[in-house]
Write a protein that binds this ligand. Structure first.
Ligand code: 173
Length: 322
């Protein structure tokens, strides 16, 4: 080949292969949420996705596919496990059908930053990798205790005669408080309250206004218990397929997301005030009853965990407790 032509052809080839390389280096991850799109969790996730996409051109992009209308709440875990989607925003209680351990994350009593340091995060990932075919990426909600919301007044921690909507988070504890429990995804709570199918429900301190449940709620029982866990999870093969540059970029953005978790303490305060302003009355107990109530929540929670997963639960307990 004539050297000039050779140079042109090889330059063209190089350019083509570089373009291909650049394209191959950008990955688009498909993400769904197990929580409603208009709820606080997705509302806080969307700006993060926008930032990831703006700063991640040529490296990594996230395509938000939607909430429970895209994939029903209790099917999101399996969608991540099988690679139907790459990533999800969920809480472990919604994917106990993948592994019972998912729901144990509500029992953490130390911040996610500390979980990353003391080995809890790695212990979680060992189980998530092996049993769930997924990577536990980041926790985006902390400092959001759960509460009992009800329309039937009580003067002691006893839910006898009450029908309460639950997710797996509350099952053992509420049954120990003599409630009749009914499991529903969040999307069915309003209708269940409206039709009188339930007298109340479990939910964290924040978010009851998002789906208008305040319209159907008379009382909140204090104190709260556990800590709502809402996290990003990812299909493990998809995670392993990322290049180093893509994984490092994702990691940087995940840590930035967790650094925003200081929001939740303030949100708990404003949501408590907002509930009061909406006429929701607080039911509280004397100090001894309140602390026994909280202790019972954890005792029952860990006892249930140990029963479901006798080897893993004690390992988690040593790393999750204060
Ligand atoms: O549906 C629920 O009440 C539940 O399990 C949950 C978990 C984390 C955040 C919000 C709700």
């Amino acid at each position: 080949m004539n050297p000039r032509i050779f140079r042109i052809v090889s330059t063209l080839l190089l350019a083509t292969s570089m373009t291909t390389t650049v394209r191959a280096q950008e990955v688009t991850l498909r993400l769904v949420s197990a929580f409603a799109e208009n709820g606080i969790y997705v509302q806080r996730l969307l700006p993060w996705i926008t930032k990831v996409n703006a700063e991640g051109k040529g490296v990594l992009q996230i395509n938000f596919l939607g909430g429970p209308k895209a994939i029903p709440t209790f099917e999101v875990g399996n969608a991540v496990k099988t690679g139907v989607v790459d990533m999800a925003l969920s809480t472990g209680a919604f994917y106990t059908n993948v592994m019972p351990e998912a729901d144990f994350l509500k029992l953490t009593q130390i911040p996610i930053a500390e979980q990353r340091k003391n080995g809890a995060f790695d212990a979680i990932n060992k189980v998530w990798n092996e049993k769930g075919n997924m990577q536990y990426l980041a926790r985006m909600v902390e400092n959001q205790p759960f509460h009992i919301y009800t329309n039937k007044k009580v003067d002691k921690p006893d839910l006898s005669g009450q029908k309460i909507r639950i997710s797996p988070v509350y099952r053992d504890f509420f049954q120990a408080l003599n409630a009749n429990v009914i499991t529903t995804p969040p999307g069915e709570v309003y209708t269940a309250l409206e039709r009188g199918v339930v007298d109340g429900y479990g939910w964290p301190i924040g978010g009851i206004f998002d789906l208008n449940w305040h319209e159907k709620t008379k009382f909140r029982i204090d104190p709260g218990f556990y800590d709502a866990e809402v996290s990003l999870i990812m299909n493990l093969p998809a995670y392993k397929k990322l290049t180093d540059a893509q994984r490092n970029y994702l990691q940087k953005q995940l840590l930035a997301l967790e650094a925003e978790n200081t929001f939740w303490g303030k949100y708990a305060t404003t949501e408590t005030a907002r509930q009061q302003a909406a006429g929701i009355q607080t039911i509280s107990f004397d100090a001894a009853t309140a602390s026994a109530f909280r202790a019972k929540a954890y005792d029952i929670g860990w006892a249930g965990a140990i029963k479901q997963s006798p080897e893993i639960a004690p390992r988690f307990k040593a790393l999750f407790a204060k």
